[in-house]
Structure formats: structure tokens, C-alpha cells
Design a protein. Sequence first.
Length: 151
Amino acid sequence: MNTGAIMNGHLEWSIKLSLLLYVTSAPGGGIRAEGITSENGCFFFPLSEGGVGDGSYAFDGSIALFAHHGAPITTFASLRLRREASGSWVLEMSPDDGPAVPAFSLGAAREVEHELEFTDVTLTQIGSEMFGGYYVPGEKFDPIRVLLHRG
């Protein structure tokens, strides 16, 4: 997909339904979202101004997840999609204001017009560590869809 002249766009992701159900039903648990919108359990991370332009895409906003009594689980922030030389994609993120890490392996994208769709979203070893090992590497997460509107 050509990355030139992107005006705006967003990344759509429900993360993992069972995880969201857990945090919203745990006493004192919850979700704190900043700079994003949501609808019917799907979160919309806006494309950073100008995207990135080097075959990758950066997104603004964050979601912090909390377990029982407000204990932090992890934060999804500074999302960046990056295409690997093999043609597969990686979703990098900066949990807890740290450096960006390749948290999810996305496989190949289904590309249609101004849309990328990733149905094979799996946790990497580093991603597993973000969850304290509760989820193992290879754990499946919900599909990701990216809409890019060109100027």
C-alpha cells in the first residue's frame, strides 16, 4: 500500500473480548482511555498527524487496563504498525510510557483500497511479558482493521 498523501485515518481494535470482560467485571477494575473513541467495544486510535510515511503507521491515544482493586495490567499506547522485510506486520507499542516494543505479530495484511485488515493477531514473547506472563506467546487477540483516507 502506498503511504504517500495520507490525510487521516484510524486503527480499529477491540483488543481481546475476554480481557475486556474481565477488567470491566472485576471489583475496582476498568479501562481508562485517552485520545481515542470507542463504540460497541471497539476502540478507534487516530492516525498520528502525517502517519509515518516509511511503510509504517503511527497512532495516537492510549488504553490502560486495570484488574481487581485498580491493579494495573498494561497500557496500549503509541501504537505503530510496521511492515517487516518478509511482508508480515508487527504492532509495536509503548506500555507504561516505556520504549516501543514489538508486542504483536500480525502476519500478512489483507489490503483493499484504503484499508488494511489483520486477522492473525498474536502476542509475541515481549508482548507476553507486558501481561506478566498471564497470556503466553502466540495467544490470539482480536483482529485489527486500519482505515486510511488519502488526500
